[in-house]
Write a protein that binds this ligand. Structure first.
Ligand code: HEC
Ligand code: HEC
Length: 338
């Protein structure tokens, strides 16, 4: 009977550790946040309910549906091709190396953006990249840097502004440009933006023909490397640090240190977990984001399935061992007359 008591104490102790202490510690380190929102409801501040958000979204999607892809292609060639390649359509004015040298980081290839990013998000992003991607800390970092430079000399602050601001002649996107290297295009008007997005629909591959690695490359590699899979950083790290205020981490082991659940809410809206972070909301749709998380799982924790499968055998093995040990002990104690 003594053994059973010891077992009960051990089990109770383990249970308290596992469900009590561990769960509590997890909550402290990762306070629970609202689930990922793939409707990007905040982009429609006037909409009060989910159905109003849905209506607003359908309006934007209908505009894209009615857009003119041929006009869109011309607008894209004129406005975007200086910084982005569109390999699916043979639009490659510069090599990746040249683009990195010019921008500090590689602006993503635009071939598949319709399949990867939420189109309503894209519409908002094109109008105001800083606002849509929530890069509050770019803002904070750049404001600090600007204040510092101003204090030093007017030339310094002028240089800094010229480094960060990408004005397109005559267009008032200085503010958006200052906070994001991608300029805003609100001045083009909704119809022209819808034309562009209509064009992107015509060249994009369906999501299931794009590999998870390619998605990660498009959405993340301009700021993050994935060393375990030889995915190089598509940026000049010093320029990146100057832009973001921090050096973004390698993503190889993120799945182990943070877990899939965290990544799901974090990628969808980094501000939820790290208020003020320089990591932007990139606006991946749900299917694309799931693939990025699956990719990080495969790269960082390739044995997870095997481990889960072996787990039950492992527990069985210990149960069997317990029974055998008990029987052995009983027979031994019988011999010494206890
Ligand atoms: C002056 C260079 C420049 C021009 C011109 C430009 N972009 Fe960008 N774009 C960038 C840079 C740099 C980034 C990456 C910004 C970042 O990650 O902070 C980017 C990012 C993007 C993204 C990624 C969005 C996301 O959520 O991550 C899309 C989509 C995009 N641009 C589309 C366009 C389109 C469409 C046009 C033309 C209307 C365009 N860009 C014009 C530099 C440019
Ligand atoms: C424009 C640059 C940029 C892009 C694009 C970007 N990130 Fe980040 N990311 C950052 C920065 C900067 C940090 C560091 C944040 C901090 O320390 O506040 C970061 C941090 C992270 C972290 C660590 C979070 C934590 O809690 O420690 C993960 C995970 C991550 N990014 C995943 C991704 C994934 C996945 C993508 C693509 C879908 C992506 N990032 C795209 C800049 C970026």
């Amino acid at each position: 009977m003594k053994e059973l008591k010891i077992l009960a104490i051990l089990a109770a102790f383990t249970a308290v550790l596992y469900w009590g202490v561990e769960t509590y510690a997890h909550k402290v380190f990762y306070p629970p946040v609202a689930p990922a929102d793939f409707t990007f409801a905040d982009l429609h501040p006037e909409a009060q309910t989910a159905s109003e958000v849905d209506r607003e979204r359908r309006e934007v999607l209908a505009m894209i549906e009615q857009g003119d892809p041929a006009a869109g292609r011309i607008a894209v060639e004129t406005n975007c091709a200086a910084c982005h390649t569109i390999s699916a359509d043979g639009i490659e004015m510069m090599s990746d190396e040249q683009l990195i040298a010019a921008n500090g980081l590689l602006p993503p290839d635009l071939s598949n953006i319709s399949s990867l990013y939420d189109e309503v998000f894209l519409m908002a992003f094109l109008k105001d990249p800083a606002e849509a991607s929530f890069i509050t800390s770019h803002t904070m970092h750049q404001r600090e840097a600007l204040a510092e430079a101003k204090a030093k000399s007017p030339e310094d602050s002028e240089r800094l502004i010229n480094d960060h601001v990408r004005t397109v002649d005559g267009f008032n996107n200085r503010v958006a440009g200052f906070f994001n290297k991608m300029p805003g295009y609100a001045w083009l008007g909704d119809e022209e933006l819808a034309n562009m997005l209509a064009y992107f629909r015509t060249i994009a591959k369906p999501i299931n023909e794009i590999t998870p690695r390619e998605i990660t490359m498009n959405a993340c590699a301009r700021c993050h490397s994935v060393d375990y899979d030889n995915m190089a950083l598509k940026a000049d790290m010093d320029a990146l640090e100057d832009y973001l205020g921090v050096r973004p981490p390698d993503l190889s082991t993120m799945i182990l240190s943070h877990g899939g659940g965290y990544l799901t809410t974090f990628i969808n809206d980094p501000q939820k977990h790290l208020l003020g972070t320089a990591m932007p909301r990139v606006g991946l749709n749900e299917a694309a984001q799931d693939r990025v998380v699956a990719y990080l799982e495969e790269v960082g924790d390739p044995n997870i399935e095997e481990r889960n499968r072996l787990g039950i055998w492992f527990v069985g093995y210990f149960l069997l061992l317990t029974v055998l040990a008990y029987l052995w002990k009983k027979s031994e104690f019988k011999e010494i007359g206890k």
